[in-house]
Design a protein around this ligand. Structure first.
Ligand SMILES: Nc1ncnc2c1ncn2[C@@H]1O[C@H](COP(=O)(O)OP(=O)(O)O)[C@@H](O)[C@H]1O
Ligand SMILES: [Mg+2]
Length: 357
């Protein structure tokens, strides 16, 4: 078990800078995720921690040991990839046993260890099979088993569930979480899937444009996104973000199309314009209301337990989620609860903290 500290990490491929001055600490035993769009450098960062890539600048520590220039084999990490990378000609047993055989562990001990891991992962009845005789989910479990059997200081997982279909992905997600609770080993996880990151992680670092946009626990990221990138990246459908003019600053009133939106409880807002964010699940739609904004239902998408609803008023489009169904063309009233709104700086996209009276 180990904590991991990245200090001032910079990585360039020739003259292309992937990221610069990354500083963060992953705690001992933590389930920590790097989340970001494809190409933002997640795999590169994981490879730096594994020692598969060299840093261009900065240092990496495991606990207090400087591992920056240590080769992968000496770092005592186990990696699990999207492609399972199993040996096709070997049985499940031999695949899991492989790292222990390399260590020249005693045969009897290998058997005990492989069986222990197989029972943790529910692979007991499959030990004699070859990888081609397994489903995708079973193969990924074998790949996990091969990582676990080594009892590494740290697990590094690069989109390990991406090759699985949607249903299996959700099943394996719960299994990974159970596994982490059982083993308590530090896991550094990489994904582009925000729902997966939210479900699994104790903390998430969101990467974009070579910069950590926010690093916090899932609920803080959801409820207080640091900027518009994070706000739109987390949550499905993404947060609605509307440009508004600040009509009154001292007891703030914003323009919303031709309507006005009063922040009844907020203190002075010293901006000319702001971006107003509201999540689809925080919008309330009512057939009748005195305070709401009058709008029209454009599209309704049933999801079973809830409905995704596209609304429009004054040329502004909003996505909402409702328990109630409406029909396309319905006239409705849209309520945006003040305590649910987010404000962002129009120029920088940074979150503006609302101060209340
Ligand atoms: N070996 C390499 N040589 C040159 N550029 C690379 C190399 N590996 C990755 N890159 C570039 O670095 C960036 C980040 O890649 P990667 O870490 O694979 O992103 P992610 O895993 O987030 O999709 C991309 O622009 C990619 O093209
Ligand atoms: Mg990648």
């Amino acid at each position: 078990m180990s904590s991991i500290r990245l200090t001032n990490i910079t990585k360039r491929f020739r003259d292309i800078k992937v990221f610069e001055n990354i500083d963060l600490t992953i705690h001992d035993g933590e389930f920590f995720t790097f989340l970001g769009p494809s190409g933002c450098g997640k795999s590169t960062l994981l490879n730096l921690i594994a020692g598969l890539e060299e840093v261009s600048g900065g240092k990496i520590y495991f606990d207090n040991q400087d591992v920056t220039h240590l080769p992968p084999a000496k770092r005592d990490v186990a990696m699990v990839f999207q492609s399972y990378a199993l040996y096709p000609h070997m049985s499940v047993f031999d695949n899991i046993a492989f790292p222990l055989r390399i260590k020249k562990m005693d045969k009897g001990l290998i058997k005990t260890e492989v069986e222990r891991v197989a029972s943790v992962l529910g692979l007991h009845d499959l030990l004699d099979r070859k990888p081609r005789e397994l489903s995708g989910g079973q193969r990924q479990r074998v790949a996990l088993g091969r990582a676990i059997v080594r009892k590494p200081r740290v697990f590094l997982m690069d989109e390990p569930l991406s090759n699985l279909d949607a249903r299996l992905r959700i099943e394996m997600r719960a299994e990974l979480k159970r596994l982490h609770q059982k083993l308590g080993t530090t896991i550094v996880y990489v994904t582009h899937d925000q729902a997966e990151a939210m479900a699994l992680s104790e903390r998430i670092a969101i990467l974009n444009n070579g910069v950590v946009q926010q690093c916090a626990d899932p609920l803080s990221i959801y409820s207080r996104p640091a900027n518009t990138f994070v706000a739109s990246f987390i949550g499905t459908p993404p947060m609605n973000i509307i440009e508004t003019v600040v009509i009154e600053k001292s007891s703030p009133v914003l323009s919303l199309g031709k309507k006005r939106y009063k922040l009844a409880r907020a203190d002075t807002l010293n901006f000319e314009r702001v971006l107003l964010g509201v999540r689809p699940e925080d919008i309330e739609i009512k057939p009748f209301s005195r305070e709401g904004i009058e709008g029209i239902v454009e599209i309704v998408e049933p999801e079973g337990a809830r409905f995704l609803i596209d609304l429009v008023f004054d040329g502004i489009s909003l996505k909402a989620i409702s328990d109630e169904s409406f029909k396309s063309g319905d006239k409705v009233y849209i309520e945006i609860p003040e305590e649910k709104i987010h404000l962002f700086n129009c120029d920088t996209g940074e979150r503006i903290e609302i101060t209340y009276k």
